[in-house]
Design a protein. Structure first.
Length: 486
């Protein structure tokens, strides 16, 4: 007879042991992994350049091998730091990123959780007044927030006010009983216990936003709906990326408490005040440093999440703006062909002959210059045919074309050695009194000398469709080139 309760518990345990967190702690080289990650990544150093991380892992390996730890039961991993770090990335303990044009490593949420577990295990795990009071306060606050009856909520608030008034009266009467140092030390340890969980929570929120970004981009590349519909939906998701995941919605609520810089400054001042108290001498240096770094860890965590949010919004927006389903499918097909070719090449024997690509194909474009040394064009265009050699089959099309130079030149030759441009245009045939013919006549006049009188001439041009248009220009008297040569 099976027990659903036992099966559910066993299924949860199986799922937990498949996570990178427990995989890290359960692995053969777990002590080395925890030691390396905890020594390289600190609260003030959440991101480490890839090259620096490889050097530090190599130095740690050399130091431990020289001390003889390689002969222990668990031993040390073989290989160089580069291969070790790549394995950590592959199993989900490190996350490579690009920051300020530099490739860096960051701890994943699973790795941060594993380090938090090991740090908590090494401390004093005991039931204390501070931890129990934290639990009771949390339950009491939950019950008060969940209460919907106004009378009961008022009764609760009045009770809290009475306790505060009694405490104020006692202090005003000079009855301030000092709290025992051991109790203060327990409260400080409880604060450290709560603070150790924050980095993993912040990183988990950032990773959920990045995972959502990858899902959105992947869905967008597969989306074949009309572009307008795609734009509306995905731009909406890009603008409200923080609300797209449960972790993001929870962080948005917490951000109202810790997102104010004044509150962070107040937290920093309160922690410095606590460290200045006499009981702080009972804490070891590591605990004091960890307590002092809480505000900095909160600030860095908030910054990490907000950076992930801005990057996800930017990536989604850019993907939507450049969304082209046909092109994306072509790129996907090309990448699949490349991967298939690489896989086929990798599966061949070591002595198999591979034909190298000696040159890239050249586009077959006749007028494209092949070198930069010769600035001359590769050829000259064919000469234009004379006007009288051109046969116009469509009279209407010719009428709407450029100036009738042949007719205008013949007409000008009958005007004598000097003529007024406006009068000459007005006396031309209707077929050569178009607006473009006025431009052609002015061009022919410029071949000789022209004299501008300063007056204004007005002419009326006749379009092929019978409509007219008036033009005004400075009066011009033209002289033929023959008279100019004399």
């Amino acid at each position: 007879m099976t027990s659903p309760r036992a099966e559910a518990a066993y299924s949860r345990a199986l799922a937990a042991f498949k996570t990178p967190t427990l995989d890290l702690l359960h692995g053969r080289f777990a002590p080395f992994v925890v030691a390396a990650l905890s020594s390289i990544f600190t609260a003030d150093r959440p991101a480490v350049a890839v090259s620096d991380a490889h050097v530090e892992v190599d130095e740690l390996l050399d130091a431990l091998r020289a001390a003889g730890y390689d002969a222990d039961e668990r031993g040390l991993p073989a290989g160089q730091a580069r291969e070790i770090c790549r394995y950590w990335v592959r199993v989900g303990w490190l996350v490579p990123q690009i920051e300020d044009d530099t490739e860096v490593y960051r701890l994943s949420a699973h790795a941060i959780g594993a380090l938090e577990i090991t740090g908590r295990t090494g401390g004093r795990g005991r039931v204390s007044n501070s931890r129990v009071r934290t639990l009771l306060d949390a339950v009491d606050r939950l019950a008060g927030d969940a209460e919907n009856d106004p009378e009961r909520r008022l009764e609760r608030l009045r009770g809290e006010r009475e306790l505060l008034d009694a405490e104020i009266d006692r202090l005003e009467g000079g009855h301030a009983d000092p709290i025992d140092d051991d109790e203060l030390l327990e409260e400080a340890e409880n604060v450290l216990h709560l603070a150790r969980e924050l980095p993993a929570d912040f990183t988990r929120v950032a990773e959920s936003i990045k995972a959502m970004q990858r899902d959105v981009v992947a869905d967008l590349r597969r989306d074949v709906r009309p572009t307008g519909e795609v734009l509306r939906e995905y731009l909406e998701r890009g603008q409200h990326v923080m609300q797209s995941t449960p972790e993001g919605r929870a962080f948005a609520g917490a951000l109202r408490l810790i997102g104010d810089p004044a509150r962070i400054d107040s937290l920093t001042n309160e922690l410095k005040s606590v460290l200045a108290q006499p009981f702080a001498r009972l804490m070891d240096p590591a605990q004091r440093a960890e307590l002092d770094a809480i505000s900095r860890r909160v600030e860095l965590g908030v910054q990490e999440v907000l950076t992930a949010q801005r990057r996800a919004s930017h990536v989604i927006t850019q993907q939507v703006r450049t969304h082209d389903p046909a092109r994306d499918r072509q790129v996907d097909d090309l990448l699949r062909d490349v991967m298939s070719g690489l896989h086929a090449w990798a599966s061949t024997s070591a002595d198999a002959r591979v034909d190298p690509l000696r040159s890239l194909p050249v586009a077959d474009v006749a007028h494209l210059r092949q070198t930069l040394g010769d600035i001359r064009p590769p050829g000259t265009p064919a000469p234009l045919a004379a006007a009288h050699d051109v046969e116009f089959l469509d009279v209407d099309t010719r009428a709407w074309g450029g100036p009738h130079y042949a007719e205008l030149e013949e007409y000008v030759s009958t005007l004598g050695s000097e003529y007024d441009l406006a009068a000459a245009f007005a006396g031309a045939d209707d077929s050569t009194r178009r607006p473009v013919d006025l431009v052609g006549l002015l061009e022919i006049a410029h071949r000789g000398d022209i004299v501008e009188s300063g007056d204004v001439s007005i002419v009326e041009a006749l379009r092929p469709d019978g409509s007219t248009r008036k033009f005004a220009f400075e009066s011009v008297t033209a002289r033929t080139p023959e008279e100019n040569d004399d």
